[in-house]
Design a protein around this ligand. Structure first.
Ligand code: ZN
Length: 308
């Protein structure tokens, strides 16, 4: 996935950093992420989908109620303008293998614990209760986007007493979509952050994010211009699409195979480079950075005027 995108991510980091206003949180917390979401019962047994036939990614934005309740009319208008513009940009540079329709997401479990039955299951069995939030509780997802779920009410594993959660049927799902982006506006407590984002759910066959969120920080937006918020949202959407250090171990190659045999080692995906004279506002200094080194990045880089 994403030969052109990998180059854009480097550009994007540079352009955001140069403004020196927005501080990105960058990290992907483990509790935000649901791995192994099965897109349909048929996909359990289907051969690995061809990763070599990507199509332009189809986004479905979903604005959370907090965008209306927590932001003023100017902020709301700006968010509602910026998000479609950013998604439109990404759909011209990101291609993915089409996602089987409709997309249905997994419910989270209170306390995070769930049982994985032998042979797997498309229905999640929570140790305690099923809930309709995801991404560590940041986003509340409409029932219509969610699969049903079974809850085992913290009963002993030796005598499990499980019952269907509510509702007890799957939602209709989201048709003709590769990625659902939830947009929220919860106040932020960390520094001058204007927005933060993460991937939330990864499908089981290629470990590709199929849902994520961007949260805009209404208490920090202040006099932010539309153009600047566009750049911030663009940067954050990269994170929502899985461009975070902790997810790089899950990246696949162009054949759909894991790039690394272990989820602890990612030497063929990133490397560290030490710059003796890294330009800063206070003058050059020594600086070590972590950079992408996938085949696509190296190929694009070698063809770039920057490096010739
Ligand atoms: Zn970032």
């Amino acid at each position: 996935m994403f030969s052109r995108v990998l180059v854009f991510v480097l550009y994007c980091v540079v352009c955001i950093a140069s403004e020196r206003q927005h501080v990105c949180i960058h990290g992907q917390r483990e509790e935000e992420l649901t791995l192994g979401v099965r897109l349909s019962p048929e996909s359990d047994h289907a051969a690995k989908r061809e990763a070599t036939d990507p199509r332009p990614i189809r986004f479905r934005p979903y604005f959370d109620d907090t965008v209306t309740s927590n932001s003023d009319s100017n902020q709301r208008e700006m968010i509602q303008e910026v998000v479609p513009a950013v998604l439109s940009f990404f759909s011209t540079v990101v291609s993915v293998p089409p996602t089987p329709s409709p997309v249905l997401l997994d419910r989270s479990c209170s306390g995070g614990g769930y049982y994985v039955p032998e042979g797997g299951s498309t229905v999640r069995r929570c140790v305690d209760q099923c809930v309709s939030t995801t991404c560590g509780g940041i986003v509340t997802i409409p029932d219509d986007h969610l699969k049903r779920c079974v809850q085992c009410n913290n009963t002993s594993p030796q005598s499990l007493q499980c019952s269907p959660g509510v509702p007890s049927t799957d939602g209709a799902g989201v048709a003709d979509t590769d990625y659902i982006l939830y947009i929220s506006a919860l106040p932020c407590v960390e520094g001058p952050t204007l927005a933060f984002a993460a991937a939330c759910q990864m499908e089981s066959q290629l470990d590709r994010p199929i849902a994520g969120y961007i949260n805009f920080c209404p208490n920090n937006l202040g006099e932010t211009t539309r153009d600047y918020l566009f750049q911030v949202a663009k940067h954050e959407l990269f994170h929502a699409l899985g461009f975070s250090y902790s997810l790089m171990a899950l990246w696949r190659d162009s054949s759909g195979d894991r790039r690394t045999p272990s989820d602890q080692q990612i030497p063929n995906t990133v490397t560290t480079v030490n710059y003796a004279t890294w330009d800063t506002f206070s003058g050059p200094k020594e600086h070590t950075v972590t950079v992408l080194r996938t085949e696509a990045v190296l190929r694009e880089g070698r063809g770039s005027l920057w490096l010739q």
